[in-house]
Design a binder for this molecule. Structure first.
Ligand code: C5P
Length: 319
């Protein structure tokens, strides 16, 4: 059976990846750039429903609220939005779409289906213009990594991609998160452009994720995976799916688990080929995907044809 077929069944291990990706994973494990020290146990026996309940109980979407040092001393309480992210919409959203940037979404004709959701999440610099037929044109929220804010090529200040949407930024902090150390030495300095953007656009909801939230997700992935996973933060796709599970009744995730259109084309909007974009090198992407596959409530046929997984929102199911 093909790798893709096995992935649809949740029956793959890193040994089935190409040698280059396996080597990259090993190198990340030995480098341990973020100083991860996992204290939990590894156990991969939970069913999809048990895993869902574990996530529901433990996942707490936390953003920088300006109340902790060093942000408190730096007067950040007045920089951050007054309303917390998960409380922006009092009753949450009904159904939500999470649109991954994978090349496999090209020629999917999923645009109308994606736009029919109450809220649509997109990532980084993924455009809609010119790709509407396949990815739709509605954007409610965008998750951006710290490179988007700091790399001038992305034109964070001027680009319309980052206007009229909820923005959620994140940056990989050390595992044992001391916010002061992170503030002094972020991976990319997102703090200055964040404050500037908040001053210029005070009504736009714009948050920075708390490193605790990101590493808590990592812990849960590792606890529920037999193999040792890369000691690096989960991908934006996984982070975003969990944020939407906290804000929506139902979450439709597109082209995270690849459809029959699977391709090494990294992004639908860019001519760059690398299998690592779909299966992971830096991020523990393969393992994230296996957890999401385990929780899928959608039809198997929608997984094959649309690359779609349906996850219930946390409020939709009693545990
Ligand atoms: O590359 P970027 O992080 O901007 O893409 C957004 C998210 O889409 C990734 O974090 C990953 O979860 C998902 N993705 C994927 N397969 C790809 C490209 C992106 O699963 N080929």
């Amino acid at each position: 059976k093909s790798f893709l077929y096995k992935l649809w069944k949740g029956d793959v291990s890193s040994k089935m990846l190409n040698p280059r990706l396996q080597k990259a994973m090993k190198d990340y494990l030995s480098t341990n750039k973020h100083g991860v020290r996992f204290k939990g146990k590894r156990n991969s026996k939970l069913t999809g429903d048990q895993l869902f309940c574990e996530l529901k109980e433990r996942v707490n979407v936390k953003t920088i609220d300006g109340k902790e040092a060093p942000f408190s001393t730096l007067g950040w309480e007045k920089h951050v939005p007054q309303i917390p992210l998960v409380k922006l919409y009092t009753h949450g959203f009904g159904s939500c779409a999470v649109v991954m940037s994978a090349g496999a979404i090209l020629n999917s004709s999923l645009g109308d289906e994606i736009d029919s959701h109450d809220a649509v999440l997109r990532f980084n610099s993924a455009p809609t213009r010119g790709y509407e037929k396949d990815v739709g044109n509605k954007t409610t929220m965008r998750i951006i990594n710290s490179q988007i804010l700091t790399n001038p090529n992305h034109h964070f200040v001027d680009s319309s991609l980052y206007k009229d949407v909820i923005l959620v930024a994140w940056d990989p902090a050390p595992y044992s998160a001391n916010l002061s150390q992170w503030y002094k030495k972020p991976d990319y300095n997102l703090f200055t452009p964040y404050v500037q953007h908040r001053r210029k656009n005070p009504t736009q909801p714009f948050y920075i994720l708390h490193p605790k939230f990101i590493w808590q997700l990592w812990d849960i992935i590792q606890e529920n995976t037999k193999e040792k996973i890369q000691p690096n933060p989960p991908s934006s796709g996984f982070i975003g799916s969990l944020i939407m599970m906290s804000m929506c009744n139902e979450v439709h995730v597109y082209e995270y688990i690849p459809s029959v259109r699977q391709t090494d084309l990294c992004h639908y909007h860019e001519l760059y080929y690398d299998a690592a974009c779909t299966l992971g090198a830096y991020h523990p992407l393969l393992y994230e995907k296996l957890l999401v596959q385990r929780m899928n409530k959608g039809l198997q046929d929608d997984l094959y044809r649309k690359g779609k997984v349906i996850l219930p929102g946390f409020k939709a199911i009693k545990c």
